[in-house]
Design a protein around this ligand. Structure first.
Ligand code: KG4
Ligand code: ZN
Length: 340
């Protein structure tokens, strides 16, 4: 069997994305194209993603973005082996747009359709940058999710921990909003934190001493939002941003440390991967890298462009599923909630 070339489509939140990925028989991924249209400007005035606006924008953009990805890939529709589309979890109006578009292309071109779980896309995203062998320990940190997973292969994952309230990206976004920063808050908070020194703030540390690998960010969010309201100068705000970033990175590291210790007991191949939008944060990356090193784990994060939402990760997850013969029915439904 030769390489598989798959067109991936991603419309579950606020990026309209399409990409073409080639998966070699040995399991190596090559991104032939990756087009992303960000809707940030459409939502900025509202301070967050407005589902109705997102869905309408996906409808307007999807055909053009897919055409761009196909042009840049240069393989032609005849060169495709399958279509992969995010089928959830996410904003259902948006998911339906990409999934319906994928179904139409699959039907028109006689290609198999693979419905992909968005989280599975993030889970395989590190394999877009360099060859990564399964299994690995994964921290998936995005706007909607915060989970530790043992990943043995596509569709073969065990969850070791999850957030009991907010996701880490959500905490970044909400605290950034309280600091008067725009949407999306994570990157803005990271920029502000660069000039701050958070050492004078004493933020709450959640779940210390708990023996599981779960997360909690609501206490931090409440405390930081109250402190943000009391900030008087830009310097105060920068200091608080630095303290918040450090606190989030520290909790991610503390819970990952627990997971690494459990995982190391059962695996000789010790690789720790962080993926999802929050993996773009440099302090988070550095803190996790140090934690991995202390536990004897190799550390890997996807290239920045594949941390936040993109379609290359969906195309790759789709190609890996296609390789196993896992094809979806053409009437597969969009799923707003779809736990791994
Ligand atoms: O993976 P993603 O693009 O979308 C979801 O599937 O949720 O993640 C978006 C999240 C947002 O909460 C955003 O604020 C956060 O990732 N994020 C960051 C950074 N870049 C994106 N958080 C902290 N620092 C960053 N540099
Ligand atoms: Zn995502």
């Amino acid at each position: 069997t030769g390489p598989l070339v798959v067109l991936g489509l991603e419309t579950s939140c606020d990026e309209t994305a399409a990409a073409v990925v080639r998966l070699s028989p040995e399991g190596r991924a090559e991104v032939l194209s990756s087009a992303v249209h960000s809707q940030i400007d459409d939502h900025a005035a509202y301070g967050g993603v407005v589902p109705e606006i997102a869905a309408r924008s996906h409808v307007e953009m999807i055909a053009g973005v897919a055409a761009r990805a196909m042009d840049e890939a240069g393989v032609g529709y005849d060169g495709l082996d399958g279509i992969a589309a995010t089928a959830g979890p996410g904003l259902v109006g948006g998911v339906m747009v990409g999934l319906s578009f994928g179904k139409a292309v699959a039907l028109a071109r006689g290609l198999p359709l693979v419905a992909v779980n968005h989280l599975e896309g993030h889970a395989v995203s590190a394999r877009l940058g360099e060859p990564v062998d399964y299994p690995f320990l994964l921290l998936l940190v995005s706007g909607g999710h915060c989970q530790l997973l043992e990943v043995r292969g596509v569709g073969e994952m065990t969850r070791l921990g999850t957030t009991i309230d907010d996701a880490a990206g959500e905490a970044f976004d909400k605290i950034a909003k309280a600091l008067g920063l725009g949407y999306p808050g994570g990157p803005a908070l990271e920029r502000l934190a660069a000039s701050g020194d958070g050492s004078r703030f004493d933020l709450p540390r959640a779940l210390l001493g708990r023996k599981d690998c779960d997360f909690s960010f609501s206490g931090l969010k409440t405390a930081a939002s109250r402190l943000a309201a009391a900030c008087e100068t830009d310097e105060d705000r920068a200091d608080l941003a630095d303290a918040v970033q450090t606190a989030i990175a520290r909790q991610l590291a503390e819970r990952s440390d627990r997971a690494m210790k459990a995982y190391a007991g059962a695996h000789d191949h010790r690789l720790f991967v962080v993926a999802g939008g929050v993996a773009a944060n440099r302090t988070v990356r550095a803190t996790l890298e140090a934690t991995a090193a202390r536990n004897g784990f190799a550390f890997l994060a996807p290239p920045m462009a594949y941390c936040t939402d993109n379609a290359a990760m969906i195309a790759l997850a789709g190609a890996e599923r296609l390789r196993k013969g896992w094809i979806s029915d053409i009437d597969v439904a969009a799923r707003p909630r779809w736990p791994l």
